[in-house]
Ligand binder design. Structure first.
Ligand code: ZN
Length: 200
């Protein structure tokens, strides 16, 4: 069988990426093969940089260049509002609206019993500690509007119920049920944040 090992290796690695099947991986590998060496070097070094020079913010658990991310360290952000999201990518999505002025808390997923992800595998305990220690007035639950995301929001709502004078809100359902934040446009995200409702 006709095989070129460097090409096969590249296709194999690319096909591990989300949404990239074998055919697309082959197309990408051929595309890269036709690029100039400096272009490939820039791509390779940006991938290495991404991994070596980013870490998880120790306060919000989002992606950061330092121990504490630029959002948590920004003196102009409203420290009394925490927006709870599932994944670091959701922070980028909400930040793209340029209108949210509070802080974030990244859970690292959502409660999904079928995938064996219980509340203890998420950063819910850390969220509760933050809210207990910091002067937080509002927690916005911005988990995705699917079954697991709703379950997670309801669970966190219960876990925070002992804290007095805390407003707990849920993003409005401008985002279609079963859909994800990352696929919504900026206006939809903005509306769902602005029209958030208190969870009773
Ligand atoms: Zn942070």
């Amino acid at each position: 069988m006709f095989k070129i090992k460097p090409f096969e290796d590249c296709v194999f690695e690319l096909s591990k990426l989300p949404g990239i099947g074998k055919k697309t991986a082959m197309r990408l590998a051929l595309f890269l093969l036709n690029k100039e060496l400096p272009d490939i070097e820039r791509l390779a070094s940006s991938l290495l940089n991404l991994k070596k020079n980013t870490k998880i913010c120790k306060r919000c658990y989002g992606v950061s260049e330092d121990d504490v991310c630029g959002i948590c360290g920004d003196a102009h952000r409203k420290k009394d509002i925490i927006c709870v999201v599932e994944e670091p990518k959701d922070v980028f999505v909400i930040e793209s609206t340029g209108r949210f002025e509070g802080l974030y808390h990244v859970l690292g997923g959502k409660i999904a019993p079928l995938d064996d992800i219980g509340p203890d595998k998420l950063r819910i305990k850390e969220l509760i500690e933050r809210v207990e220690k910091e002067a937080v007035n509002e927690v916005i639950l911005a988990t995705n509007p699917d079954i697991e995301g709703e379950t997670t929001a309801i669970y966190i709502r219960k876990k925070l119920s002992h804290i007095n004078n805390l407003l707990i809100t849920r993003i409005a359902s401008g985002i279609p049920i079963g859909s994800h934040l990352e696929y919504a446009d900026e206006v939809t995200i903005l509306k769902s944040l602005e029209n958030r409702r208190a969870m009773i």
